[in-house]
Design a protein around this ligand. Sequence first.
Ligand code: ZN
Length: 439
Amino acid sequence: MKVHTLVHACVLTSITTLTAQQPAPQTTAIRAGRLVDPEAGTVSANQVILVQNGRISAVGANLAIPQGAEIIDLSKLTVLPGLVDAHNHLALTYKEVPENNLYYLTYVMESTPLRAIQAVSNGIQMLSSGFTIVRDMGNNGNYADTALRVGIEQGWVPGPTIINSGIIIGAMGGQFFPTPEMAKDHSIVYPEYLDADTPDEIVKAVRQNMLFGAKVIKICADCKPWGYSVDDIKLVASEAAKAGLKVEAHCQTVDGVRRAIEGGVWSIAHDSGMTEENHRLMAQKGVWRAGTETPISLTGHTTQQRYGNSVKMLKNAYDLKVPLTFSTDADYWVQGKTRGEVAIEFIETWKAAGIPAPAILRAMTTNGYKVSGTEKTRGPIKTGLAADLIAVDGNPLESIDALRRVSFVMKDGTVFKRDGVVTPEKFFNPGPVNGWRIR
Ligand SMILES: [Zn+2]
């Protein structure tokens, strides 16, 4: 009976929707003093961007602004598409106190629900710095990353578009070094890692992540000496492909990177296993590089030696035309900085590598959309795409430091930040306004 009543109500609702007069959609018109196209590396003066129903409906110099449109005047600013951090962990924030910056302790001391709340805050902080897309690559407790993505997509809270990996899949132990009693009696590796050693376990682990809302699959290729073989990685990739998902491999050794490339991964995280030879293979096969190059200015999070290697290998990758993404792995608290300010600090490594500002901007935008798989739906400021855009003083094609001061942010057509102040009221809703079926 209950089912029958529900169906009846639904039918009534859809009839009402079909016959009711639809009001004309509200148009927002943005006047952009300068509009950057990062793909082309060009700037156009005095452009108008029209936004309807969360999407860009027109872009051009001499567009007629419809009557009644809300006008946003950014004529003194430079407008550009949103930024992408291709590797972060928003439901993880390790700290000097109490855990001495060891996330191994963070996940013992902080529950998944608390970390999910931290993730919402971190997402808001990333969006305030202009990051409209974040690839969230695991180490998020028991699927706090999926909760964050769904919460944002359903319309409960503001935040970047999240491309989340669920739980990192690794051979026994993941990145941890547990005691036998903690590992065997208390399964302490879980839920930061899914132990998957045999082909059956690998298939099951990939399916578990897909079932629980992952949009990309993350593996540890070589976190342990036993790691994954080329065939193991091929198996991960083919299972993930059944749901249209790509694979990112965490690699920390030269051989791990080589196996990941041969196994057919989409992207490789971290730079300690990068060599000129591996770079040549990545360029040839079009494997994305998410090098997570920590700047020396984030004291305590890299060493002079590691930083020197990061700069050298980032330059090498750029020279060899490896597909580059801007990726931070900025999963810790730096006193006095928001999470977004920590992430933007990573431009320092790119500048030190001598990479020109237009190429850095391309890594942070165009390439970010491609590695996220959103380039046809979200990212570029083009008609029909989601209305995500930011504005800054100055010109980031001349000085990438312009991105340190994002004064305006629009996400899905709604203003999130204006005149340097976050004004998120319109993003907070008493229900799943975009639909509860989003999973
Ligand atoms: Zn990471």
